[in-house]
Design a protein around this ligand. Structure first.
Ligand SMILES: Nc1ncnc2c1ncn2[C@@H]1O[C@H](COP(=O)(O)OP(=O)(O)OP(=O)(O)O)[C@@H](O)[C@H]1O
Ligand SMILES: [Mg+2]
Length: 416
């Protein structure tokens, strides 16, 4: 908290790979010989490039190897079709069963490369791909990085997780059906999956165990699905478990998410450690959650000062007031003066609805759809919809850098 030397690094939307005219190829293949052969051949094909970094432009081709369990591969291919919408899947395998191959093609695989890898087969597959790619590509089409919204609690228990979960659930219901991933970056008590009654079999721990394995295909395998296509990545860490979630792991994962999801919603908990700092650095917007309780306001003030003092642009920091009662108007005004920050959004106090939601593991917009708080979550999601266009034709880098240019907050337009 008192780390005055912490200065956020600006995270650029243009990562090293970005060059929308040259399609990138991700080789997500386990066997080293096959991977080496493919990379050698692809490196010599003009018009495509091997993907080297995790962020930036998403791959246009993902080469997957058939699992021992082909059903699992088909599932991954289907998921990739939803998450990495603009990528073509190529499949490689040492065995060739026509039934399995047909299933994989039905799931969405575009080409099959038999092992041992033959140069002319790979070249033929890429030639066909390039024809499809150039025929489909519109001249001004660019892929914008997904928006990362970091939610950080002014204090424990103020409602940070509830807000992150309900925003994510409301975002997937927007008419444009954006792709949304909800990420638990809270390593001190990561309990986010409980709010959606999920029991994830994977978490950040799987990524941390070998960061070099991280690519689009791996990420798709470890995400947990909720209704409507909402994806969840659990933290897997808490104060009682061994190990720590590290900043490199968070950075690499979020970069990858940015290249395939429209919205990345982070529950950053309320402890400002190195990992959280990294997540906040990478956020397009930081939402600091407070309530009007004195100890919460006291700590929120310190957090806001720390964020401002660390070089975050003021328009990136947004104050959320949770559990607000309409009779508290004067207290709110006074609090905004103390915090030197106007409230961006207020969520009403509705303990019965929120606890019913938490205890049933379903979002408020589903269990108490007609309440004012459900409407507030929906309106909050809707407030981002102005820049919300279908994934592959979003407004490019400029809109990512300033997504809220023409948008006014719920309660006041005079952000401090
Ligand atoms: N708008 C609201 N009205 C009433 N109660 C709320 C509201 N939002 C959250 N709560 C209640 O506050 C409690 C804490 O919520 P939540 O777990 O989301 O907070 P948190 O900040 O994530 O906590 P932690 O610091 O433990 O991670 C829950 O019991 C929840 O029901
Ligand atoms: Mg929480």
């Amino acid at each position: 908290m008192t780390d005055s030397t912490w200065k956020p690094k600006r995270v650029s939307a243009t990562a090293p790979d970005v060059s929308p005219d040259i399609p990138l190829v991700e080789v997500s293949v386990r066997s080293p010989k096959c991977k080496g052969d493919l990379e050698g051949i692809i490196g010599s094909i003009s018009g495509v490039k091997l993907k080297v970094s995790q962020g930036g432009q998403p791959p246009a081709i993902i080469i997957l190897e058939l699992d021992d369990n082909p059903e699992q591969t088909c599932r991954v291919i289907r998921e990739m079709g939803k998450v990495a919408k603009s990528a073509e899947i190529f499949l490689t395998s040492a065995t060739l069963d026509s039934g399995v191959l047909l299933e994989c093609m039905r799931a969405g695989a575009k080409e099959f490369l038999a092992q041992p890898i033959q140069k002319n087969e790979v070249e033929g597959a890429f030639e066909r791909f390039l024809e499809r790619f150039h025929a489909a590509m519109k001249p001004d089409e660019k892929v914008a990085a997904g928006q990362v919204f970091g939610f950080f609690g002014g204090k424990g228990g103020v409602g940070t997780t509830s807000i992150a979960v309900n925003l994510a659930a409301a975002l997937v219901n927007l008419p444009s059906k954006p792709s949304v991933v909800l990420v638990d970056v809270n390593q001190h008590g990561g309990d986010l999956p409980l709010y959606l009654d999920l029991q994830p079999s994977h978490s950040f721990r799987d990524i941390a165990s070998d960061l070099s394995r991280l690519d689009q295909a791996f990420l798709v395998r470890i995400l947990t699905s909720y209704d409507n296509g909402l994806k969840v990545l659990a933290s897997g860490y808490d104060d009682l478990s061994t190990g720590r979630l590290n900043a490199d792991c968070v950075e690499a994962t979020l970069k990858l998410f940015q290249s395939s999801f429209d919205y990345i919603i982070l529950d950053c908990g309320h402890v400002l450690d190195l990992t959280t700092k990294k997540a906040l650095e990478m956020s397009s917007l930081i939402f600091v959650t407070s309530t009007l309780m004195v100890p919460v306001v006291h700590r929120t003030k310190r957090i806001l000062e720390l964020l401002r003092g660390s070089g975050f642009p003021p328009n990136k920091i947004r104050l959320i007031m949770n559990r607000y009662l309409s009779m508290e108007q004067d207290v709110l005004k006074e609090t905004e003066e103390i915090l030197k920050q106007k409230t961006h959004w207020m969520f009403p106090n509705d303990y019965p609805s929120v606890s019913q939601s938490v205890n049933s593991g379903k979002p408020v917009i589903d269990v108490a759809a007609r309440t004012a708080i459900a409407k507030s979550y929906k309106d909050f999601a809707q407030s981002f919809a102005a820049s919300d266009q279908p994934s592959s034709v979003k407004g490019g880098i400029a809109s990512w850098l300033n997504p809220f240019k023409s948008r006014s907050p719920q309660s006041s337009s005079a952000e401090a």
